[in-house]
Design a protein around this ligand. Structure first.
Ligand code: NDP
Length: 263
């Protein structure tokens, strides 16, 4: 029994590791931060709103009083701000072993009316952010010869839906950027992978959750027959953060109740 526990701890445990999760003041990012903290990692929360990030920190500490929970507020679309925040953290607190590029946004509108400014904002928030924070953290990981980067894609990485063409484009780009990261950085000991969530109840999806017609469509369209619960993304994230995935690189792991597997 002890040997089994040691094996699991050595393979999947995250004790002694530190994980930065962007956009973790709510929704999927918060659930992943809590899950990684439960697996033993120190976690670094991020978002633009300091009050929300502090509240998220308090929530994790209320559940896990002994957890190490940091707050690092910066805008992921700002290349310089991301670099400075990561530099300061690495110098003052220590290495970031795991990066989860989760921060993202959505805007729904028919493509013919889609505001150009929102298109640019989607590119900056969903794609440039992955480059900005990924490069800032990878420079340290490369020096150490190890590190884990997990980018949050979407079922829209593989499939389009009406009214969200630009979001679909950004999530396709994140999948290809993940492959590029793995291609450039595997030789430095980094594993760069992605998780593609299906439909999960979060503030980002509040309009869809509130729409009974959408929920009814989703229940029929998803073979699992329901919305995902954010905790159901944690196992994939622990796997991709741990030694268990030491030869998994450039992979996009769909966690979507089989929606992307079926017509
Ligand atoms: P939410 O809108 O609930 O949360 C987004 C988080 O990102 C917040 O903490 C927000 O905090 C932060 N954020 C947004 N913009 C920035 C920025 N420029 N800089 C720093 N932080 C930022 O989203 P979800 O939890 O639903 O989604 C998280 C990720 O998962 C996104 O990449 C999304 O595309 C993806 N996804 C979600 C799915 C779902 O069903 N919910 C399905 C598939 C993918 P603040 O605004 O205070 O900065």
């Amino acid at each position: 029994m002890t040997m089994q526990n040691d094996y699991l701890e050595n393979t999947f445990g995250l004790g002694g590791k530190c994980a930065l999760i962007t956009g973790s003041s709510q929704g999927i990012g918060f659930a992943l931060a809590l899950g990684l903290a439960r697996a033993g990692a120190a976690v670094v929360l991020n978002g633009r709103n300091e009050t929300k990030v502090q509240h998220a920190r308090d929530e994790i500490l209320a559940v896990l009083p002994n957890a190490s929970v940091h707050a690092l507020c910066f805008d992921v679309t700002d290349h310089e701000a991301a670099r400075k925040a990561v530099d300061n953290f690495e110098l003052s607190e220590g290495p970031i072993d795991i990066l989860v590029n989760n921060a993202g946004m959505q805007h729904r509108s028919p493509l013919e009316d889609f505001p150009a400014e929102r298109f640019e904002a989607l590119l900056r928030t969903n794609v440039s952010s992955v480059f900005n924070v990924g490069q800032a953290v990878a420079r340290y990981m490369i020096g150490r010869g190890r590190g884990k980067i997990i980018n949050i894609c979407s079922v829209q990485t593989a499939l389009a839906r009406p009214g969200i063409a630009p979001y679909t484009a950004t999530k396709g780009a994140v999948a290809n950027l993940t492959k590029g990261m793995a291609t450039d950085w595997a030789k430095h000991g980094l594993q760069c992978n992605a998780i593609a969530p299906g439909y999960f109840e979060t503030p980002l999806n509040a309009a869809l959750v509130a729409d009974p017609e959408f929920t009814s469509w989703l229940q029929k369209r998803t073979p699992a027959g329901r919305w995902g619960k954010v905790e159901e993304l944690v196992g994939a994230c622990i796997f991709l953060s741990s030694d268990a995935s030491s030869f998994v690189n450039g992979h996009v792991l769909f966690v979507d109740g089989a929606i992307s597997a079926s017509l």
